[in-house]
Design a protein around this ligand. Structure first.
Ligand SMILES: [Fe+2]
Ligand SMILES: [Fe+2]
Length: 189
């Protein structure tokens, strides 16, 4: 099982636009991993599979949360929040992936969390800044990508949370924990 198997599997489960996004995340995550000394292969696997559950049935994903005893806070938050943790389950079930760092990068790519590993940070940033992404401020964030991983992560998390709050969208507790962790580790420098 390798890249082409993963790509064939995901291509059937997402629209072309999301597939192109995935290839962009793969490219960006691999560049970031090389630059910051993380495993390029781990970054590639996590990137290709991170959105595999994006279009899966919500009730099916909620059943996985119950069956696999995942974070029950996910129930009711819809596919936007469910698809990361469920992607990790699919990666193990379908492809036998057991590397916890790869699985965690998939699990937390949308929310972030406190104490993220370098691979988790890389996938979060790559997901947000891959070449197909377009939103106000993306260019400024992209310019920071290769300067400091923690700085660009912090800027991305702040951007995401600010956008959610400005739009009146609820923020999942793990994203707040991620933000607080980044702010408190800055205080402790
Ligand atoms: Fe995603
Ligand atoms: Fe994504």
């Amino acid at each position: 099982m390798g890249r082409l198997d993963y790509l064939a599997y995901i291509k059937e489960r997402m629209p072309q636009k999301r597939y192109m996004h995935t290839l962009g995340v793969e490219e960006t995550a691999m560049k970031l991993a090389k630059h910051y000394g993380a495993s390029v292969e781990a970054a590639q696997t996590a990137a290709i599979l991170h959105d595999v559950a994006k279009y899966a049935d919500v009730a099916w994903m909620e059943q996985i949360v119950r069956d696999e005893q995942l974070d029950m806070r996910l129930i009711g938050w819809g596919s936007e929040l469910l698809h990361g943790p469920v992607a990790a389950v699919i990666a193990t079930r379908e492809f036998g992936i057991t590397d916890e760092d790869v699985l965690n990068a998939m699990r937390y790519h949308t929310t972030g969390r406190a104490n993220m590993s370098n691979l988790e940070k890389i996938l979060y940033v790559a997901d947000m800044l891959e070449p197909n992404r377009q939103f106000p401020g993306v260019d400024e964030l992209r310019e920071m990508m290769y300067d400091d991983l923690n700085d660009v992560l912090e800027a991305c998390v702040k951007h995401s949370l600010t956008h959610l709050i400005a739009s009146g969208i609820a923020v999942f507790p793990q994203s707040i924990e991620c933000y607080n962790d980044l702010m408190s580790s800055e205080r402790n420098l």
